[in-house]
Design a protein around this ligand. Structure first.
Ligand code: GLU
Length: 465
């Protein structure tokens, strides 16, 4: 049997973190088993579905590399098929027309609530013969007795009594099919073997199973993924920060870091934190998905991003970093080799934005000295040390790390002071106080001309000019 999973978003917003995780789990499961992954756009809610949202979902999936093997299928293109199945259910007596008025249904509901009963349709039209020309909905004839059993691959056995379910509307008065009907038809027609989705759909599953059984169609396996909470314990939402996947691109995250973060959101493999894509595919399994909700932790995502930034191909990082430098008004072709700067700086940044910020000083004058750094570095003797080192650097015919290092060493010796007395003022003079790597490397990358100019600026600053 070929395993087939699907991601079935409703295009009513961007691709959010929860949706992306569901998509990732479905994608991984298909990849792991050499199966297929289907993308289905559930756009039957015409009021809320937008093309922009479809585009945002496709864009998010592309950025994360969650390529699909089939689709995107649009439910709005499949109304004919849904109506065909509704007709079939009607013909077999598995569904019926219902002309109950809004008033009747509201009254029923109020009465049930007053009696502390669960509001549900009472089957009033079950055995009535409604004229098809009258306005009506179509309801599925849910079995009255027995239980529905779900062998959920994450939650285990879930049993729901049919007496808890009512006769669900499968076609509205305007002729449009409802969610549960379209999902049942699509999961069947598309040959879906494993439905992996958020546990907010768990209450729909018994209804869908009943319809599949009524139609004599195979029931897929189900896996309901627990929800994601914000750090305050509430369901993850906009107020917890970025929830749109594409926001993470803008915020300077690498897609592989977000994927790694998402896979660990509810799934674990021992205490391993870093997973390459191949490892994820090999090791992922549904039975290791946690049954309890998971909590979104931005700090951990930043840590992961830093790990991936440290090991990513410098040319690729350079490519990605260029636009963030551009946002700061920096043209990286005017200055040191960007890949060299990246290798020097990247372990100090958690995002590409931070990396751009702490690398800016290699390419342009900083606005001002960081106050704290300046206070620490520009103490008594600093101006003299800077003067001496500046003269020696100015005299250099060769500009490389070794010669720069030697100049610092000789200055220290000549002045008979500790290394820090020269190194600290020099570092602050050339960086302004930004995080930086080994001093000789920093000075080398900043370049001779800018180094000398900045030393002059620091001396003037110390002198109070
Ligand atoms: N369209 C549904 C949603 O976005 C998902 C339906 C399903 O996975 O069955 O929540």
């Amino acid at each position: 049997m070929t395993i087939k999973t699907r991601f079935a978003p409703s295009p009513t917003g961007y691709l959010h973190v929860g949706g992306a995780r569901t998509a990732l789990f479905s994608w991984l499961y298909a990849r792991k088993h050499g199966g297929k992954f289907v993308l289905r756009i559930e756009d039957t809610d015409l009021e809320r579905s937008t093309q922009d949202s479809v585009n945002a979902i496709l864009e998010g999936m592309t950025w994360l590399g969650l390529e699909y093997d089939e689709g995107p299928f649009y439910q709005t293109h499949r109304f004919e098929r849904y109506n065909e199945v509704i007709g079939l259910l009607l013909d077999k007596g598995l569904a019926y027309r219902c002309s109950c008025s809004k008033e009747r249904l509201t009254g029923l509901r109020e009465q049930q609530m007053a009696n502390k009963e669960k509001p549900r349709y009472d089957g009033h039209c079950r055995d009535r013969d409604i004229n098809p020309d009258e306005p009506h909905v179509i309801r599925f004839r849910n079995p009255l007795d027995g239980d529905v059993e779900i062998g959920d691959l994450i939650r285990g056995r879930v049993v729901v009594a049919n007496s808890e379910l009512d006769d669900l509307v499968i076609r509205r008065t305007d002729g449009s099919p409802t969610y549960n009907l379209t999902v049942v038809v699509d999961d069947h027609d598309m040959g879906i073997t494993h439905v992996i989705r958020g546990d907010d759909h768990l209450n729909n599953t018994p209804r869908q199973i009943n319809m599949l059984n009524a139609l004599d169609w195979d029931v897929p396996h189900y896996a309901h993924v627990p929800m994601i909470l914000g750090d305050d314990g509430a369901r993850l939402s906009k107020r917890h920060g970025a929830v749109s996947v594409m926001q993470y691109l803008k915020d300077g995250f690498l897609p592989e870091a977000l994927l790694n973060y998402l896979v660990r959101l509810g799934w674990s493999h021992g205490d391993q934190e870093l997973f390459s894509l191949d490892e994820m595919i090999r090791l992922f399994d549904l039975d290791a998905v946690n049954r309890a909700p998971s909590t979104f932790n931005t700090e951990k995502l930043r840590w992961l991003n830093q790990q991936y930034l440290k090991s990513a191909d410098p040319d690729r990082v350079a490519h990605l970093l260029s636009s963030h430098l551009g946002d700061l008004g920096i043209d990286p072709t005017e200055g040191p080799e960007l890949t060299a700067v990246i290798e020097a700086q990247r372990e100090r940044a958690t995002t590409l934005i931070e990396l751009a910020e702490i690398s800016a000083f290699y390419y342009r004058e900083f606005d001002r000295f960081d106050e704290k750094a300046a206070k620490k570095a520009f103490k008594a003797g600093a101006a003299e040390a800077l003067q001496v080192v500046s003269e020696k650097l100015a005299a250099l015919a060769i500009w490389d790390r070794e010669t720069i290092h030697a100049v610092i060493e000789t200055t220290v010796k000549e002045l008979g002071v500790g290394f820090g007395k020269v190194a600290m003022p020099l570092r602050t003079a050339v960086t302004g106080g930004a995080p930086s790597p080994d001093l000789d490397l920093t000075v080398f990358l900043v370049g001779k001309e800018a180094t000398l100019r900045r030393i002059g600026r620091a001396i003037a600053h110390i002198g109070g000019n």
